[in-house]
Design a protein around this ligand. Structure first.
Ligand code: MG
Length: 639
């Protein structure tokens, strides 16, 4: 039966915890990794009972290694070993034993020898009603590609011997995928699914440490899954992911991520099949359609009475004006043009708890959805429950789900056609000033998240499956104190763009942020403007402090680009950075950090679509200087 399965090796913890997590996330089948039994306190029969109680089928026992093509006496010993595996399967109630292609240095390479051994093993298994699956491992001694494994299986020609098709081994070897659709369905014993990043590394290390869930890496998994279904295969599709980060995380979180990524993969699969005139599999309950998101309606900061004047001064310096006051809460709305910033100084509830943990920081963003109700149903179906906050009499209920580090993502409707803002504002706020003051800033260009490395892929999956975001390739940049990784994810129309950053090493800006902030969150908000230079001049005059950029940067700029000396001089005076790509130009500037936690960027794009990554090391170095100087000041005061 076609259904989602997960290999126990994918999760960390005890076997009991893994089974429970798999069941809770909605899996109905598992592959048992034999190593997991080694650390299991009960008998294999107890695993069977436990799985049954949880509604899980054990679809396979694996792996059996170094089996086929061995010379005597190793061959005879292998058959004894296999007999014990079959005994174990009986206790587990599994009917499939997976054999990985032999990596042993004594292994013989002839197809006939391997076919003879696997055929004999299949006959042995047939006596007990079991099946054998044979999998080509990318680093097998002789058999590395699925086509070779298929040759052997075809030659052995036993009804209970089939192929295990593992997307990782197939994609890392660049094996052809389309011919999988031509395989006889009854010759596919099991389909295993794992994605991986397109990085150059030996296949074994990449497999052991970097396998990930569909959509988290770069492999053509949609093509792979579609090909297996087109063959007529209707057995389990099983996640088999070796990843140290995954095993270090709670099993429940990993199982949920796995199920989210599979549900999204199932949705894409059915869309592809329907396009090809094939009946959809409905392997998962169909999800409500992915939302169309048309922008960020507001960003909410939590702060305190004591800290808010500094943030207000910064916002006003950048052109925001206080236009409205909340009807029942200590909350103000700051606005310019279409940009809304909500400042929350409440002394209780969600905002205050968030403030106590993180200090003055971004606690929520509100996105505009084509159909917020449908979008929420999708979030719920993908294991992201609706958050309901405290609502005063007559106030608008804005539903939300939890985002990074339990910040909130509010679900708002689109702006009414013909302009204006959603009516929610009037229900909750009393306007005290002109409703839409003009200002130099036009849009939220992007908003970056910093997360722990262990959570990075989880957020990629969340944004892609729950919000329908798409991603751009991962880049690695030099931070003065270590490496820095960034991946940009956002709505397909690019009205919302979120670079997700992770920092390795204790002193990188991202790592310092995690420490100061007490976890991940929004580190940067970038606004766009049509005239950066006049924005900076007026903001400086209003007291906004910008990041100091070293002189050498401008010397280098003059050497790299044919820019007018007066322009470079002006950038130097103001602290403006510059990049150029594909004929477009990018001018941008950073404010100094607010309490070492977040900062604003203001950008002017001239036919330029990137993020000025070339300048990121300069920014990180300048921020490191700033943080070091702040640390020195604190130390000299004995703080
Ligand atoms: Mg495998």
């Amino acid at each position: 039966m076609l259904r989602w399965s997960i290999a126990t090796v994918t999760m960390g913890g005890t076997l009991e915890a893994k089974l429970a997590a798999a069941a809770r996330a909605g899996f109905r089948a598992v592959e048992i990794f034999e190593n997991d039994l080694t650390f299991f306190s009960g008998k294999p029969r107890d695993v069977r009972t436990r799985a049954q109680d949880l509604g899980l089928d054990i679809v396979a026992l694996q792996p059996m290694r170094d089996f086929e093509g061995m010379p005597e006496p190793l061959r005879a010993r292998n058959f004894e070993r296999a007999q014990r595996k079959l005994d174990l399967m009986e206790e587990l109630g599994a009917d499939l034993l997976c054999i990985c292609s032999n990596v042993h240095e004594d292994a013989l390479g002839e197809v006939e020898r391997a076919a003879d051994d696997l055929g004999e093993l299949a006959d042995m298994a047939a006596l007990r009603g079991y099946r054998i699956g044979y999998e080509a491992m990318a680093w097998g001694r002789h058999v590395k590609d699925w086509m070779q494994a298929w040759d052997i299986v075809r030659t052995a020609d036993r009804p209970n011997l089939g192929l295990v098709l593992d997307s990782y081994h197939i994609c890392v070897r660049n094996n052809p995928i389309a011919p999988i659709a031509e395989l006889p369905a009854d010759k596919i014993a099991l389909v295993q699914i794992a994605d991986a990043p397109a990085i150059l590394m030996d296949p074994m290390s990449l497999s052991r440490h970097h396998r990930c869930f569909p959509g988290q890496g770069d492999y053509p998994l949609d093509d792979f899954i579609e090909a297996t279904i087109k063959s007529g295969y209707r057995g389990p599709l099983s996640l088999e992911v070796f990843n140290d980060q995954f095993r270090g995380a709670p099993a429940s979180a990993i199982a949920l991520d796995g199920m989210r990524s599979l549900q999204a993969a199932g949705e894409r699969l059915d869309a592809r099949l329907m396009k090809a005139g094939i009946a959809p599999t409905q392997i998962s309950t169909p999800l409500p359609k992915a939302p169309v998101i048309s922008g960020i309606e507001f960003i909410e900061f939590v702060t305190s009475t004591a800290e808010s004047p500094r943030l207000v001064a910064l916002l006003q310096g950048m052109g925001f004006a206080r236009v409205a006051r909340h009807r029942s809460k200590d909350v103000d709305l700051y606005r310019q043009n279409d940009l809304n910033i909500v400042l929350n100084r409440e002394q209780e509830g969600f905002a205050h708890s968030f403030y106590l943990v993180h200090g003055t920081s971004v606690s929520a963003m509100a996105l505009r959805f084509d159909d917020p109700r449908r979008a929420l149903e999708r979030a719920n179906a993908l294991g992201a429950p609706t958050y309901h906050g405290r609502v005063g009499p007559g106030e608008a209920v804005i539903p939300a789900v939890a985002g990074v580090e339990n910040s909130l993502i509010y679900y708002m409707s689109e702006r009414p056609s013909g302009g204006g803002t959603p009516s929610n504002w009037d229900r909750d706020f009393v306007f005290v000033e002109e409703r839409t003051p003009k200002g130099p800033l036009a849009t939220i260009d992007h908003m970056s998240n910093v997360v722990r490395r262990s959570e990075f892929l989880s957020w990629v999956t969340f944004y892609k499956s729950v919000l329908g975001f798409v991603d751009e390739p991962q880049v690695e940049l030099a931070d003065p104190y270590g490496a820095f990784y960034s991946r940009v994810i956002g709505s397909p129309d690019k009205s919302v763009r979120i670079p997700i950053n992770i920092g390795d090493g204790g002193a990188t800006a991202a790592a310092r942020f995690l420490e100061t902030f007490g976890g991940g969150g929004v580190q940067q908000i970038a606004f766009s403007t049509s005239d950066l230079f006049s924005f900076v001049e007026s903001a400086r005059a209003a007291g906004v402090e910008f990041l100091s950029i070293p002189n050498n940067y401008y010397e280098d700029l003059g050497a790299r680009y044919d820019l007018a000396p007066e322009l470079i001089e002006r950038m130097r005076e103001l602290g403006v950075l510059y990049d150029r790509a594909k004929g477009g130009e990018f001018f941008h500037i950073y404010t100094k950090m607010f309490d070492e936690r977040f900062f604003f960027e203001v950008v002017e794009r001239r036919n330029y679509d990137l993020f000025g990554a070339a300048n990121t090391p300069v920014r990180l170095a300048a921020q490191a200087n700033e943080l070091d100087a702040a640390a020195c000041t604190r130390a000299s005061f004995g703080g």
